[in-house]
Write a protein that binds this ligand. Structure first.
Ligand code: MN
Length: 197
């Protein structure tokens, strides 16, 4: 058993104008495919083969498994928390938890956007759940909150702030990309992940 590049549930151009088709195609079919292949090569013949990605990431990590296992997991999450029917605000238990942790959706959005904008160089910003409580953090490179080096909790929303995620359309304007991302967030999927966390 090896890890497979997941198919997207929407077309490469479905998130336009917020995320352009060329970026999506390269990001999924080249970058994510690359992490997937390198993860499989790194675990082949080791006792990590056959383990879940969550289990692998929670353990001791070689550089190859850390970078490519993180890259595999992070992008699987990223595609799933976006949708052409996304945007707006969450409802129900997730909305209550956001209000409890951040006082309001707008305060949450500011905290998440700041974490994404100020992550120096390549990395990710996250909304994490732990015992029903929410927090925001960021990680460098392809690290994530599940790792021993990570910021803790279970990630339920993440934004990729590597330049490959936005540079073709936004060049150096990372804050504009972050703002646009909120127009495609799939809050139904984030709520599902919150329930599971
Ligand atoms: Mn990426």
């Amino acid at each position: 058993m090896s890890f497979e590049l997941p198919k997207l549930s929407y077309a490469y151009d479905a998130l336009e104008p917020h995320i352009d088709a060329r970026t999506m195609k390269i990001h999924h079919s080249k970058h994510h495919a690359g992490y997937t292949a390198k993860l499989n090569a790194a675990i082949e013949g080791t006792d990590l083969a056959g383990q879940s990605i969550e289990s692998i990431l929670a353990g001791e990590l070689s550089a190859g498994v850390r970078n490519n296992g993180g890259g595999y997991y992070n992008h699987c999450l990223f595609w799933s928390v976006m949708s052409p029917n996304g945007g707006g605000q969450p409802s129900g238990d997730l909305a209550d938890a956001i209000n409890s942790a951040f006082d309001s959706f707008e305060e949450f959005k500011t905290a998440f956007s700041n974490a994404a904008a100020t992550q120096f160089g390549s990395g990710w910003a996250w909304l994490c759940a732990e015992n029903g409580s929410l927090s925001v953090c960021s990680t460098p490179n392809q690290d994530n909150p599940l790792m021993k080096s990570g910021c803790g909790g279970t990630p339920i929303l993440g934004i990729d702030v590597w330049e490959h995620a936005y540079y073709l359309n936004y060049q150096n304007r990372r804050p504009d990309y972050i703002e646009a991302f909120f127009n495609v967030v799939n809050w139904d999927e984030v709520s599902r992940r919150f329930k599971d966390a």
